[in-house]
Design a protein around this ligand. Structure first.
Ligand SMILES: Cc1cc2nc3c(=O)[nH]c(=O)nc-3n(C[C@H](O)[C@H](O)[C@H](O)COP(=O)(O)OP(=O)(O)OC[C@H]3O[C@@H](n4cnc5c(N)ncnc54)[C@H](O)[C@@H]3O)c2cc1C
Ligand SMILES: Cc1cc2nc3c(=O)[nH]c(=O)nc-3n(C[C@H](O)[C@H](O)[C@H](O)COP(=O)(O)O)c2cc1C
Length: 604
């Protein structure tokens, strides 16, 4: 029975009243607010929205008093913060919409009465993949015009990158240029952003105009469904912070160490409620390699049993093994070590020039905390005390791995394809747990923007060299299980056919039994001139164009630095050579393909 039963004098018949009370008793406050808006919108005849259709109904409803929370996220941090903001605002009685950058339209932005955005930066100052279309919209002639809409931006980034929080800067500048008014100063938050995020949530709650009790929920009709043009960002449990212990069942090398770099196929026991879809990733909280922990400990001036960092006190060993990044280095630590050691080489790398920034990135990719401590020693008597060093190290972050299986085919298991990184935290942790039969702490990181087409008759083109092939194993398994009649075309590449053709037998079998229709391979080092998947795309331009004109979706997964931009350029060339478009038209075509969610990338 609800604590707040519907008043006795209602226009409801007894059965409807009982149903309403049962429903209300089950819902948390935010859902009650949402439901009240939904019902009010129904009453007001906002039919399109109430029935889940896109268009004017939504815009009309937004014209009420709606706070729009926009997220632009690659690996989930911005999305999770957006979800928390939505919850806080809804609980405070605001009519609030949460929408991802992939789904938002100019009309919805223009119709919001307050705009709050959380955006991470990727690549070299780029927006997350899902926000590429929005960036084009906001930069172009069709950008929405704001009527002094109050807005606030929370940028997520990493100060080790030269273009720190560039995506947040872009949104802040564009929203202002398009007529918005800053409600709060932009926040550029570094990797350890929890405290700043809390402060920002409080500031937003204080700054957003108070909801008008009678009016606010009216605007809370549901967002249209994906079929109507965009989907809501669904609220999930904070799985990242409540990981599950997942047993590692199998660790099978599929590329020999002799090839220079081991790649392993892992099978983990997810369990019946560890639900995932093709396109999702598994997040793994690693334990740092014992050898790196020992090397860092050896550099410390003291060895207290307990060490305080921020508000937390923990055993020294636990900090180093479970809570701090020691296999990756970041700028704050390097700056502190440069100051303490006085090493001119390290100081030069940290110079704020574009040339130094390039050198710093490549330096950081090849060292860990232990190596830096050893390579740039401090003078006698200057050695780090544990608490001092820990204060400048970053908190350990989980690593993501594309899931290489479909639950429809493998039941409760989760399969991964992992390239072992020397002294890497997660890849070596997985290997240790794979050999000792232990567990890893893991969670599902959903990726709604890397999904198979809902229409199973659509053709699918998959470009996944190296470990980028992982999600496509899941795609092909899934489509076979659902009896999809669309065709499948895989582009795979690696260095050598003999040693690095990941899942070779599976692909050959899939070709034989028709689960895979075409397979194009590029082994870069098997001939004097290097060949990559992008060259295969150019060679197959005519057929590719035909598939794409027939409605195929194209998916790209794997290396973000070289492969993804090269594949992008090759697709533009295909549109020109086979589609007869000029360069400008090809750009418009490819961005249209992305906007219509037929060109999807999951690159890292
Ligand atoms: C969405 C997403 C999906 C991903 N899917 C996969 C996947 O399916 N399979 C897969 O193998 N990886 C995948 N990754 C990469 C993965 O998350 C880790 O970054 C990678 O395994 C390295 O983690 P680590 O903890 O072992 O190494 P870290 O401890 O992070 O790094 C140790 C050192 O190695 C360097 N390093 C890191 N990665 C590499 C590398 N690839 N080559 C050389 N040096 C490196 C670092 O700069 C550092 O100096 C994915 C990443 C994302 C964001
Ligand atoms: C491949 C890669 C590139 C990145 N590039 C930048 C960058 O150029 N500037 C920056 O400030 N942060 C950069 N970051 C850091 C992310 O913005 C940061 O980790 C953020 O918390 C991710 O949020 P998300 O999970 O919502 O995507 C990068 C991270 C990755 C993995």
């Amino acid at each position: 029975m609800s604590e707040n039963p519907a008043p006795a004098a209602t226009p409801l018949d007894p059965e409807s009243r009982q149903l309403l009370e049962q429903l209300a008793a089950r819902l948390p406050p935010s859902a009650l607010w949402w439901a009240s808006g939904y019902l009010a919108a129904r009453a007001q005849g906002v039919q399109g929205a109430a029935q889940g259709g896109a268009g004017s109904g939504v815009v009309a409803a937004l014209a009420g008093n709606t706070v729009l929370v926009l997220t632009a996220s690659q690996t989930g941090n911005a999305r999770r913060l957006g979800e928390r903001l939505r919850e806080r605002l809804a609980t405070a009685g605001h009519a609030v919409r949460l929408v991802s950058a992939a789904d938002v339209t100019g009309k919805q932005l223009a119709a919001a009465t307050t705009l709050l955005a959380v955006a991470s930066t990727q690549g070299e100052g780029d927006p997350p993949d899902e926000a590429r279309g929005l960036w084009e919209l906001l930069s172009g002639r069709k950008a929405p015009k704001f009527q002094q809409t109050p807005f606030a931006i929370f940028g997520l980034g990493d100060s080790s990158y030269p273009k720190f929080c560039e995506a947040g800067h872009f949104l802040d500048e564009r929203f202002a240029a398009l007529g918005g008014t800053r409600l709060l100063a932009r926040v550029d938050a570094d990797v350890e952003y929890a405290d700043e995020a809390e402060a920002w949530l409080d500031a937003v709650l204080a700054a957003v105009p108070a909801p008008v009790a009678a009016m606010a929920p009216v605007a809370s009709e549901p967002w249209p469904s994906a079929a109507g043009g965009f989907a809501p960002v669904t609220v999930r449990q904070a799985e990242r912070d409540t990981p599950r212990e997942v047993p590692v069942l199998t660790a099978q090398p599929i590329v020999a160490k002799a090839a220079g770099r081991a790649v392993l196929h892992y099978e983990l026991e997810g369990g019946p409620d560890f639900a995932y879809e093709p396109g999702d990733s598994l997040g793994i909280w690693p334990l740092n390699p014992p050898v790196v922990v020992a090397r860092v400990k050896a550099q410390l001036a003291d060895a207290p049993s307990l060490v305080t960092r921020g508000k937390l006190e923990r055993p020294l060993e636990e900090w180093l093994t479970e809570h701090l990044e020691i296999t990756r280095v970041a700028r704050p630590f390097l700056e502190a070590q440069a100051a303490r050691s006085g090493a001119a080489e390290l100081q030069a790398l940290l110079a704020k020039t574009p040339e130094a920034a390039v050198r710093l990135q490549s330096f950081m990719a090849g060292v860990n905390v232990a190596a830096v401590l050893e390579q740039f020693p401090v003078a006698a008597g200057q050695a780090w005390r544990a608490a001092e060093l820990f204060a400048v190290l970053r908190p350990l972050a989980p690593r993501l791995y594309s899931i290489a299986s479909s639950r429809k085919a493998v039941g409760d298991e989760v399969h991964l394809t992992v390239a072992e990184v020397e002294a890497g935290a997660a890849s070596t942790h997985l290997w240790r747990r794979g050999t000792d039969g232990g567990v890893v702490r893991a969670y599902i990181e959903r990726n709604e923007h890397f999904r198979l087409p809902a229409d199973t008759s659509r053709d699918v083109i998959m470009i996944g060299p190296g470990t980028g092939v992982a999600p496509f194993r899941a795609f092909v398994q899934d489509r076979a299980e659902t009896g999809a009649n669309g065709r499948h075309w895989l582009f795979f590449g690696a260095r050598h056919f003999d040693s690095e053709f990941l899942y070779q037998l599976e692909w050959q079998q899939a070709l034989k039994d028709g689960r895979l229709n075409r397979l194009d391979l590029a082994f870069s080092r098997d001939q004097p001139t290097k060949i990559y998947v992008q060259q295969r795309l150019r060679e197959r331009a005519a057929d590719l164009w035909q598939w794409l004109e027939g409605g195929a979706s194209v998916y790209v997964c794997g290396d973000a630095t070289h492969m993804a931009p090269d594949v992008h350029a090759a697709l533009l060339e295909v549109a020109q050579s086979a589609g007869g478009l000029d360069a400008a038209a090809a750009e418009i075509w490819l961005s249209g393909l992305a906007t219509s969610k037929r060109y999807l990338r999951d690159v890292y």
